[in-house]
Structures are given as structure tokens and as C-alpha cells.
Design a protein around this ligand. Structure first.
Ligand code: FE2
Ligand code: FE2
Length: 145
């Protein structure tokens, strides 16, 4: 079996989140708020799990090993906050079943998320792979989170 890397583990979680996001968006676009609402909540929980894994486990490991606390991880944390603010707005749109608002905001979130994930996958995760010696142990801790 191939040894897992931070890059592959995290990129595959990005993909899972993307797929869940697409399901929710499609259901709402088809006026199915019952399914769409559940799918949206599931996506929002999964994305928050992802952010928490990064902020509480992965980034601190990287910051400790490299001493880089004000660099790329700081920027990623800020972008997580921007996306959390968007999630709040989208939750409100979902609660009031405002389809136009929901779809406009999810479009914005999708673009923000794609750009964010691309930066992580192309720049940050490869840096992390090179800096951290024991990916297996860190991945195990993130899985339990
Ligand atoms: Fe992130
Ligand atoms: Fe990420």
C-alpha cells in the first residue's frame, strides 16, 4: 500500500466536500428544500470539520516545525473565516428558503472555495509534505477529529 501523504489525504477530503456541496446546490436548484436542506447541513458540517482539522492539527504542526506562523497558514485561516461568514449567510437563506439568495451565495462560496483549495493543494500541502516527517500519525489524528 502506498504511504498516504498530507496532500492526498487533504485533497481527497476537498473532493468529498465538493461533491456534497454539488448535491445540495442541485437539490435546491430543483426546489427540493427537504433533501437540499439536509445535504446542505451535511456539507456545512463536513467543511467545518475540514477547517478544524487544518486549524487545530495540521497548521500548528507545520507552524511548529517551520516557525512560519505569519505566512501561508495565516492567510488560509483568514480565508476560512471569510467562508464561515458566507456559510452563515447561506444558512439564513436556507432557513427562509430563499432560492435566489441561496444560489447566488453558494456560487460565491464555490469560487472562494475553489481558489482556496487550489492554493492549499498546489502550494501549502506540498510544503507541508516536505516539512513534516510523520504524515501517518497526523492523518490519524485528523481522522479522529
Ligand atoms: Fe483550508
Ligand atoms: Fe483544505
Amino acid at each position: 500500500m502506498l504511504t498516504p501523504t498530507i496532500s492526498t489525504f487533504m485533497a481527497s477530503h476537498h473532493k468529498e466536500c465538493d461533491e456534497q456541496f454539488a448535491k445540495a446546490e442541485e437539490s435546491v436548484a430543483n426546489d427540493d428544500w427537504t433533501q437540499g436542506g439536509e445535504q446542505w447541513n451535511k456539507f456545512a458540517r463536513e467543511l467545518e470539520t475540514h477547517f478544524t482539522r487544518e486549524e487545530e492539527i495540521l497548521f500548528p504542526e507545520f507552524e511548529t516545525v517551520t516557525g512560519m506562523t505569519g505566512g501561508p497558514t495565516q492567510m488560509m485561516r483568514m480565508e476560512h473565516q471569510q467562508m464561515r461568514a458566507l456559510l452563515d449567510e447561506i444558512n439564513k437563506a436556507a432557513q427562509s428558503k430563499d432560492k435566489d439568495q441561496f444560489l447566488a451565495l453558494t456560487e460565491t462560496l464555490m469560487v472562494t472555495m475553489q481558489q482556496h483549495n487550489m492554493k492549499e493543494e498546489q502550494i501549502l500541502y506540498p510544503m507541508i509534505d516536505q516539512s513534516l516527517p510523520s504524515a501517518v500519525e497526523i492523518i490519524e489524528r485528523m481522522r479522529q477529529n
